[in-house]
Design a binder for this molecule. Structure first.
Ligand code: BG6
Ligand code: MG
Length: 219
């Protein structure tokens, strides 16, 4: 990918939330771990990586792959509800201190450069999290689990974000920590930047060590 070409046409950055803007990915893990342990189902960080970017019910299906018995639709609904209660209790403790300084500075620098900033998250808890960390009203667009039908790797959440911004996918850079998210960006015609394990997936255009590295992509 030619960085010199891209830095002139990019007009927006669409951020994944969990594991990119803040470390709620560890709260998802803790909550699912509590559910898996209570059910006697093996669950570890490696399996957890497959849940990144994936909807709540699809995440549960991945966890239940390790179960020795099958679960009814009603049982699954109950487990998903319990997981969300544990997760939201963890979210309630979050404050603006949980917005990493590197992310805060990057968001502000992008706005100073007159780029648009958006959220593209599969989570139905997005608005609560943004409120907790002091980012309510900060983004030009928020596309999340409440306005999509298809979870990542389907590009819907990012396409809706681009649409809210009035931009084409090719004008937006997606920042992700999930393989499903990088695939979604690629499937939708977006450039992508990957953090953590997502820094070297097949479709990742820009590997990142930290979020502020995107400031080198967008000059
Ligand atoms: C994504 C997370 O952002 O949101 C997934 O990476 C999670 O792990 C998904 O399952 C749905 O989140 P929620 O908050 O609606 O259960
Ligand atoms: Mg994520």
């Amino acid at each position: 990918m030619d960085g010199n070409t891209n830095k002139y046409k990019l007009k927006a950055v669409i951020f994944d939330l969990d594991g990119v803007i803040c470390f709620t990915d560890t709260y998802h893990y803790q909550a699912w771990k509590a559910i898996a342990d209570a059910q006697g189902i093996y669950f570890d960080e490696k399996i957890n990586n497959r849940l990144r970017g994936v909807s709540r019910m699809d995440s549960l299906d991945i966890i239940l792959e390790r179960s020795e018995r099958s679960y009814s639709a009603g049982e699954k609904e109950k487990l998903a509800r319990q997981k969300n209660e544990i997760y939201r209790d963890l979210l309630k403790k979050m404050t603006p201190e949980d917005l990493p300084q590197d992310v805060k500075a990057t968001l502000e620098a992008l706005k100073e450069r007159e780029l648009k900033v958006a959220v593209g998250s599969s989570s139905k808890n997005t608005k609560m999290i943004l409120r907790q960390i002091g980012l309510e009203g900060f983004f030009h667009a928020v596309s999340d689990g409440t306005n999509i039908t298809f979870s990542k790797p389907n590009p819907e959440v990012f396409l809706k974000a681009a649409d809210m911004l009035g931009l084409q996918p090719g004008e937006c850079l997606v920042v992700e920590d999930a393989e499903a998210g990088i695939q979604a960006a690629h499937n939708g015609g977006f450039l992508s930047a990957g953090l953590g394990a997502a820094s070297d997936y097949e479709w990742t255009d820009y590997p990142l060590k930290r979020v502020s590295d995107i400031l080198n992509v967008i000059k």
